[in-house]
Write a protein that binds this ligand. Structure first.
Ligand code: ARG
Length: 399
């Protein structure tokens, strides 16, 4: 049985209750590990103070914003990653970076276990546990919220009983998970898939301006590096784009998705930067990737997204796909022009690349044309040779 546990601590009700509950029920010492992934909200000083008040022997915060952007969001852009063709993996990308720090802090503080506050119904437990088993197979994993069987009201009462200072928020309507890649909203009335979200209190995609926004994103080997020629760190660039594109209302998703644990879930997301960057990146690839590479990559992209969604970030298949994707990105360099118009319209207006494969002299119908028209005749005859042989033998059939 574990003696000292590193708990992934958010400062919310569940993980605050978990700090106390783990001590009371399992007799363990709890080290609270808060990871800053750009969730905003309360200050980390307050969060750490609450962990201590709940009884944590140690409470630390790690700033992982640039790391999330560089090591997780950038690979997702290169993979044009959208789970089930839609969701750009907002929560799915933050869990492995949290796991990385949770495991590192667990080792630094001499813990023999890690813990998380996820329930048994979601994907996040899968990401925490499979990730931990990849990075530290020797660590025990504790999941108090899967064991305690307390309702939300009972958790509030438990916190009060132990004098844990929980923010007395009004009726908590939704479960919201936020980081710099976006915002995931679940629960409450949106659990009815028919309920319209038109009037929900959006934050990242609240229309604050009706002026159209035009901008140019610069890419270097698949990595977005600048907006309008100004170079920025990955996190700063994502942040800026969330603000500028989000202000026009772009970046909202309303969908029903398949969780790993077999449950269909109605989800609402706000992720302007993620959707804009993936759209821009994939558009630039259209210009820069050779046809077979482009088509093969299109086949593998959904698999990459599915693996990451399913908690397999640190898996060998995901690493192998990363190697393929890295090879494809060598010449994905150039610029994409885009515009955004309220409410929520995004357009790609142009793209250019010093290493693009677009050849004007091959493409043009003007006098500059260098395409060898005479070669086409033989090419097309041989391309269709099997079909014409078949049709001569059996008679052409139009059906
Ligand atoms: N359904 C999304 C996912 O699995 C979002 C999960 C949000 N997590 C949360 N604890 N609210 O990636």
């Amino acid at each position: 049985m574990a003696k000292r546990v590193a708990l992934a601590y958010s400062g919310g009700l569940d993980t605050s209750v978990a700090v106390r509950w783990l001590q009371e029920e399992y007799g363990v010492e709890v080290v609270a590990v808060a990871v800053d992934v750009g969730q905003g909200g309360e200050s980390f000083d307050e969060i750490l103070a609450r962990a201590k008040a709940a009884g944590a022997v140690e409470a630390v915060v790690v700033d992982a914003r640039e790391e999330l952007a560089r090591d997780f969001c950038i690979p997702a852009i290169k993979a044009n990653a959208r789970y089930e063709g839609k969701y750009p993996l907002v929560s799915s990308l933050s869990r492995p970076v949290i796991v990385r720090h949770l495991v590192a802090q667990a080792k630094a503080f001499g813990c023999d276990a890690v813990a998380h506050g996820c329930t048994g119904k979601g994907n996040d437990q899968v990401r925490f546990e499979v990730g931990t088993r990849a990075l530290a197979p020797e660590m025990e994993i504790l999941a108090p919220a899967r064991v305690w069987g307390m309702s939300r009201e009972e958790c509030v009462a438990y916190a009060a009983q132990w004098n844990i200072p929980i923010e007395q928020t009004k009726e908590k309507i939704y479960s919201i998970d936020e980081n710099l890649w976006g915002r995931a909203i679940e629960c409450g009335r949106i659990e009815d898939p028919w309920h319209t979200t038109k009037l929900e209190p959006f934050t990242l995609t609240k229309v604050t301006s009706t002026d159209p926004v035009e901008l140019i994103i610069g890419f270097n080997q698949g990595v977005p590096v600048s907006i309008d020629g100004v170079e920025m760190s990955p996190a700063a660039l994502i942040d800026e784009l969330n603000k500028r594109a989000g202000a026009t209302g772009f970046g909202r998703l309303d969908m029903v998705e398949n969780r790993r644990v077999g449950i269909k879930s109605r989800e609402v997301y706000e992720c302007p930067a993620a959707l804009a960057l993936i759209a821009a990146h994939s558009d630039l690839e259209d210009l820069c990737l050779e046809r077979d590479v482009a088509h093969e990559k299109l086949r593998l992209e959904p698999r990459w997204a599915e693996l990451v969604y399913d908690g397999m970030w640190f898996s060998p298949l995901k690493q192998a796909l990363d190697a393929f994707i890295a090879e494809t990105q060598r010449f994905v360099t150039g610029e994409v022009r885009m515009s955004f118009e309220a409410p929520g319209l995004m357009r790609i207006d142009g793209r250019r690349s010093p290493v693009g494969l677009y050849d004007y002299e091959l493409a043009t119908y003007d006098a500059a044309d260098t395409f060898r028209h005479q070669d086409a005749e033989g090419f097309v005859r041989i391309w269709g040779l099997g079909i014409s042989t078949w049709a001569q033998r059996h008679g052409g059939v139009d059906r």
